[in-house]
Design a protein around this ligand. Structure first.
Ligand code: BEZ
Length: 251
């Protein structure tokens, strides 16, 4: 995952990410005391919620900054630093869970991640996850691509947002049986009067890598202005989220 997180800001202003994850956890069908890895656990808030549901959860993430927050807030929970596309565990677990992570992994690396998950699960173990699906933030990326083009800069889409058919096939290819899959819209309210600008600054980093600060701010302002008609309603900003949610069982 190629992003340097502003961990404090992420924890303070984007807490909806882990709050929505509680709904995904409802798909886990495993008694209390089951072992679970929260893959891409970030600041650990959802790992904590999973422990409170009775799972023996371990958090795993590649960001030292976010793990620092997780370990500080929840010293009783084990947190491991590892890359989702290249990890192994000493003891296989009953469940691997992940929320809002897989869109950060390039399509070409998804099979590496799926192979790691397969190896880390017990037989019949459950793989339950949600991330950005086909059409996620299409209005936001569309506006950014338009403004980039007007500035003579190429916009490279920094995320992987697959359709169900494509992703279910990949998951089954990796040795799982998909038992549940859904793609749905979830317009998501953003905090504050600068909610969309803050969201873009927080999450859309790589397309701006070679852009000077002043031009970046101008591009963001122009994109935000263009999105007012579609994403600003009754004094609030919304991001046009589309989620792909699945449950698969290791064959
Ligand atoms: C998402 O959760 O869908 C997401 C969040 C930040 C950037 C891209 C996607």
């Amino acid at each position: 995952m190629n992003i340097k997180w502003d961990a404090d800001r992420y924890t303070k202003d984007f807490s909806f990410v882990h709050q929505y994850g509680n709904d995904v956890a409802e798909l886990i069908d495993c008694g209390k005391g089951c072992t679970l890895i929260d893959l891409g656990c970030g600041n650990g808030a959802l790992t904590k919620a999973l422990c409170e549901k009775g799972f023996r959860a371990t958090g795993m993430d590649s960001s030292e900054e976010l793990l620092g927050i997780a370990r500080g807030k929840y010293p009783e929970i084990p947190f491991i630093r590892a890359d989702a596309t290249d990890f192994s565990v000493e003891e296989a677990v009953d469940v691997i869970f992940s929320n809002a992570v897989f869109h950060w992994i390039d399509r070409e690396r998804q099979s590496d991640m799926l192979a790691c998950v397969h190896r880390a699960l017990k037989g019949k173990g459950q793989f339950v996850f949600e991330f950005g699906g086909h059409g996620n933030n299409a209005l936001i990326h569309g506006a950014l691509a338009e403004v980039f083009s007007e500035h003579g800069i190429a916009y490279r889409m920094p995320f992987y947002f697959p359709a169900i058919g494509e992703y279910a096939a990949m998951v089954e290819q990796a040795g799982f049986l998909v038992r549940y899959a859904v793609l749905f819209d979830r317009p998501t309210e953003l905090k504050g009067s600068d909610g969309l600008r803050d969201w873009i600054r927080m999450f859309v980093k790589t397309p701006f890598a070679a852009v000077e600060d002043a031009e970046r701010e101008e591009v963001i302002s122009q994109a935000v202005e263009r999105l007012k008609g579609s994403l600003y309603r009754e004094g609030r900003w919304y991001a046009d989220y589309v989620r792909i949610r699945m449950k698969a069982v290791r064959e």
